[in-house]
Design a protein around this ligand. Structure first.
Ligand code: CUA
Length: 344
């Protein structure tokens, strides 16, 4: 079949095809933006990358073998003087048995064993032995809750973890199927409505690792990003303590005015701010909103200008998301920005 195809496809097209394949392999190998599974930064992704490289080596060897056999078949054809016939049948049978049965068994058996071994080593740590975080997928953002004695810590689109310690992640979904993927730290796992799936993250070194929703989940699937911020142990416990506190009380007149706008304009119906009457749960918890790096699940950097644009018309930036456009006077928007900016 392959032989027939190769014979009927003109050589220049074939050469271009192989060039594209080689270029794609190069791009895959060079991807280096803190989001590459081939530059692992934690034990989970390291185990997956090891398997990936082994698979690539085996597949490349098989590919070269096939190309070499093809070359031999094409260049040696028709040289024989005697007519072909029954005498070739035992040779053909040997080729089929060697190339179709023996060779795949020899190549695939070790790969299967290594794959099963890798899968076993990717099992999540036991409950109680690691820090526990629940991540709930929503269209289109990530609700992040830290478990623990009396913990009410809830944030969005950012998961802080301590370096060198496994973190157990329970994955849930409120609406459709999403997929949780931090390429540099761990393989992907689906968030399925009505079900809890468990994965884990561990980072070898401090840094920011980008994560994505890896399952098409509607209009804004591509704008459903998150970040994993790996901190040294002491910085992590400082962060945890700070985030468990209620929101900073409004200190001056602008902040107080902004808080009043937040409570009276409908924001509080969907967003919670601990320490205030705002208890909505449809949208992200904003208790420490100003400490986050992005807004709208990685869509925009968390700056005053971007936030103003987002509040003024969230549907223009992320069409289809659940945040409605709320008409505000310029002065109301100004004080609201001051208030949100104070929520460190
Ligand atoms: Cu959530 Cu794609």
């Amino acid at each position: 079949m392959i032989l027939l195809t190769v014979r009927t496809v003109p050589a220049p097209y074939l050469a271009r095809f192989f060039l594209v394949v080689a270029a794609l392999a190069g791009v895959l190998g060079c991807a280096q933006n803190g989001q590459s599974a081939l530059h692992p930064a934690g034990p989970g992704a390291e185990r997956i990358a090891d398997l990936w490289w082994l698979m690539l080596a085996a597949a490349s060897a098989v590919f070269l073998l096939v190309v070499f056999s093809l070359y031999r078949a094409l260049t040696h054809r028709g040289r024989r003087s005697e007519p072909q016939g029954r005498r070739d049948e035992p040779v053909a049978t040997k080729w089929v048995l060697a190339g179709g049965v023996a060779l795949p068994t020899i190549i695939l058996t070790p790969l299967l064993i290594f794959t099963l071994h890798t899968l076993a080593r990717l099992a999540p740590p036991k409950s109680g032995s690691a820090l526990e975080v629940t991540v709930t997928g929503r269209q289109w953002w990530w609700d992040v809750q830290y478990a623990g004695a009396g913990s009410r810590l809830r944030t969005a689109n950012e998961i802080h973890i301590p370096v060198g310690r496994p973190v157990r992640i329970q994955l849930r979904s409120e609406d459709v199927i999403h997929s949780f993927w931090v390429p540099a730290l761990q393989g992907k796992l689906d968030l399925v409505p009505g079900q809890v799936n468990t994965t884990w993250l561990q980072a070898n070194r401090a840094g920011i690792y980008r994560g994505e929703c890896a399952e098409y989940c509607g209009l804004q699937h591509t704008r459903m990003q998150f970040r994993v911020v790996a901190l040294p142990a002491s910085e992590f416990s400082y962060w945890l303590t700070a985030q468990q506190r209620a929101a900073v009380p409004a200190a001056d007149s602008s902040t107080r005015a902004g808080q009043a706008v937040f409570m009276s304009s409908g924001c509080a119906l969907c967003h919670a701010i601990r320490g205030t009457p705002a208890r909505g749960s449809g949208g992200p918890d904003l208790t420490h909103f100003a400490s986050r790096q992005t807004i709208a699940a990685g869509t925009l950097p968390n700056t005053k200008g971007h936030l103003a644009g987002w509040i003024a018309n969230p549907q223009a930036i992320k069409p289809g998301n659940l945040m409605p456009r709320i008409p505000l006077e310029p002065e109301q928007l100004r004080t609201l920005l001051v208030y949100l900016g104070s929520l460190r």
